[in-house]
Design a protein around this ligand. Structure first.
Ligand SMILES: [Zn+2]
Length: 659
């Protein structure tokens, strides 16, 4: 045992080269010693990552879903080789007391901890008998945005994990004879030995350790499909392998194959009946309680298998943010199986889709038509979450399929997969793929289901003339893709119509829209939002804003002096506490700081609560006004304010409309 541990330590130390080249993906190395009898895993974990944010980091923010179940016991943490202080709140693990990590600098995070697998635990981390399910078991960095860590709360409802694609090195020492199912490793039984593997481009890393398991195989192109179940469940396991292979073959033909040597589908056990299945990268779990020995096409279990298998593509291969945009993978995992059923057996397909539509109708009369692109934390309960994100999301995709036609639908899907694989994709990318593929105007369908309502749809790819606000073109001319950026940022609903031509501001090409001014940054090939409100302040317009536009003056910013960026952000964002509705509206958009900037001041102005940010003004109305109902949040038209205040050059606001 001891010599094996030493061997493992040497192996662990030698596998990563000392001078690793600047890899784009974070690297996670795990050194796990598992005591099967006590169900305790001793873990040494090392993460090597580069600060991709625009700001220095003086804290490391991680998500550890094993904390709330009491399974995670930290023994020590080091960052850059130095001891860090660790604090745990919710499922968050924060390491502080570091030398700030400069932008672009690579560093290492080393953790030592025990995972005490709870009994029975959950389908994500739990045990029944000798079978141990390691789903959400380790500490993962939150993704990095330009402004710093994109943290979020963890909930048991939904899939509150947002994960960048990583490279994994996994070393496992097991003290006795077991069967191990783990990505990158041959399915094998072994005693007192080390299993080692590396997996590139993984969304996460999950595995199962059990006694003898039943096993059945299939093949989809170059990918081996292996189903696993309890010993004695041989018939069921064969049926799962067959159903998985059929569905994965069908989906591969439509949206492209999985780039994996093998995928595993494991029937495990969960005490919670609502935990019907759980997706991880290259491995998914099904709850044995949902299983049926025969799996007729269109049965619930056949759907559940297809749903989880869809997540091999939309979760593993194409990531998304299941906290802010949970529909993006779940609606696809709910709807694509319906296309499979419809093509394989039109009668079964039609009957299932009719049932789905009836349920969506019943949901709507019970809870109203909540937009499908509502963030996870906003849902009151799990039933509403499933009704909107899964079922109503599937109805949206079905309407999209009907609007585009079958061939265009799959062309757009394949395009989306190709462009977004290996990343955390956004709904804007999904919509853009459909705009590229479809000749039809998709705005009416989107307006029925999406919060952002109509994202502008166009026939061509290079721009559009808007007549609505005097007549200005948004285009991709001269290598500056404002048109692509405008659509990716949410189009008319997010930014309003254009209110100027392009012009030059501080040496950058910019264009004003009703709600914002976009600035093209060639060095990062992205559009940034101009700090319109700060500029109005510099131009001496604070009194005008206060008297005529109900916008409070900026508050004193001197308390920010000398504070680390995270503390400045925390102090400013605390201004949102003036109103919980405004606070949720601010955080409801992806990358709130990019979009709105930091809060500058907040005030109750009589008929509204107002938060002034650097780039936008958020208002929550207390009484009905002509443009909003009481309780509604509106975003003031910052671009219009700049235009009214004379901040835009006069030549830039001359209409392009032909005389
Ligand atoms: Zn799902």
């Amino acid at each position: 045992m001891r010599s094996l541990a030493v061997m493992l330590a040497i192996l662990f130390a030698s596998l990563w080269p000392a001078n690793a080249s600047a890899a784009t993906r974070d690297r996670y190395a795990f050194n796990v010693t598992l005591d099967v009898d006590s169900a305790i895993a001793s873990v040494r974990q090392r993460i090597t990552f580069t600060n991709r944010a625009d700001v220095p980091l003086d804290m490391i923010e991680m998500l550890v879903p094993a904390v709330p179940s009491g399974a995670f016991h930290l023994r020590g943490a080091r960052v850059g080789g130095r001891t860090a202080s660790a604090s745990v709140a919710g499922a968050g693990l924060r390491l502080s007391g570091l030398d700030p990590i400069a932008r672009g600098v690579e560093t290492t995070v080393e953790l030592e901890y025990d995972v005490r697998v709870p009994r029975p635990g959950s389908i994500r981390l739990g045990r029944q008998g000798e079978t141990l399910v390691f789903g959400s078991w380790y500490a993962a960095l939150f993704p990095l945005d330009p402004g710093g860590w994109r943290t979020h709360a963890y909930t048991e409802d939904g899939d509150a994990f947002v994960a960048d694609s990583i490279d994994v090195e996994f070393n496992l020492l097991i003290d006795r004879d077991v069967t191990l199912v783990a990505p990158g490793l041959p399915v094998a039984a072994g005693s007192g030995r080390v299993f080692s593997t590396r997996v590139s481009g993984a969304r996460d890393y999950a595995f199962v350790v059990g006694p003898r398991l039943s096993r059945a195989e299939g093949q989809v192109g170059a990918t081996q499909v292996v189903a696993h179940g309890r010993a004695g469940d041989e018939g069921l396991t064969r049926a799962v392998a067959r159903a998985t292979t059929e569905y994965a073959s069908w989906l591969s033909q439509r949206i492209g194959p999985l780039p994996h040597d093998r995928v595993d589908i494991v029937t495990v056990w969960s005490a919670r009946p609502d935990q019907v299945g759980q997706e991880y990268d290259r491995i998914v779990f099904l709850n044995r309680a949902q299983a049926a020995e025969a799996i007729p096409l269109g049965s619930y279990f056949s759907y559940l298998i297809a749903h989880e298998v869809t997540h091999f593509w939309f979760h593993g291969l194409v990531g998304s943010d299941p906290v802010r945009e949970p529909w993006l993978d779940e609606a696809l995992a709910t709807y694509l199986p319906e296309r499979f059923f419809s093509e394989t057996n039109p009668d079964i397909g039609a009957s299932r889709l009719a049932t789905l539509r009836r349920r969506v109708g019943a949901d709507a009369s019970r809870i109203g038509t909540i937009p499908i692109d509502t963030p996870l934390p906003t849902f009151a309960d799990e039933n509403t979450y499933f009704a909107i994100v899964y079922r109503r999301g599937a109805a949206f995709l079905d309407d999209l399929w009907k609007s585009t036609g079958d061939a265009t639908f799959w062309r757009a899907m394949r395009d989306y997969v190709e462009r977004s694989r290996g990343r955390i994709a956004t709904a804007a990318e999904f919509h853009a793929a459909f705009d590229r593929a479809a000749a039809a105007n998709l705005s009416p369908v989107r307006a029925r289901y999406l919060r952002g309502a109509a994202i502008t749809s166009i026939a061509g790819d290079d721009g559009r003339f808007f007549d609505e606000t005097g007549g200005f073109t948004v285009s991709n001319a001269e290598g500056i893709p404002f048109w692509d950026e405008f659509r990716a940022l949410g189009g008319v609903d997010a930014l309003g119509y254009p209110v100027s031509r392009r012009f030059t501001l501080d040496g950058f090409t910019v264009q004003a829209f009703q709600k914002a001014i976009l600035q093209w940054r060639p060095e990062v090939r992205r559009a940034y939002f101009v700090n319109v409100l700060d500029r109005l302040s510099q131009a001496g317009q604070d009194d005008w804003l206060l008297v005529h536009r109900m916008t409070p003056r900026p508050s004193d910013s001197s308390p920010d002096t000398g504070l680390a960026w995270e503390r400045v952000v925390a102090r400013r964002q605390a201004m949102l506490d003036i109103d919980p509705t405004l606070r949720s509206a601010y955080f409801a958009v992806p990358n709130s700081i990019d979009r709105y900037g930091l809060p500058v001041s907040a005030a109750d102005v009589g008929n509204a609560i107002v938060v002034r940010c650097q780039r936008a003004v958020l208002q929550r109305w207390k009484t009905d006004v002509p443009w909003a109902r009481a309780g509604q949040v509106t975003i003031a038209n910052a671009g219009d304010l700049a235009k009214e205040a004379g901040l835009l050059p006069s030549a830039a606001v001359v209409s392009e409309r032909r005389a």
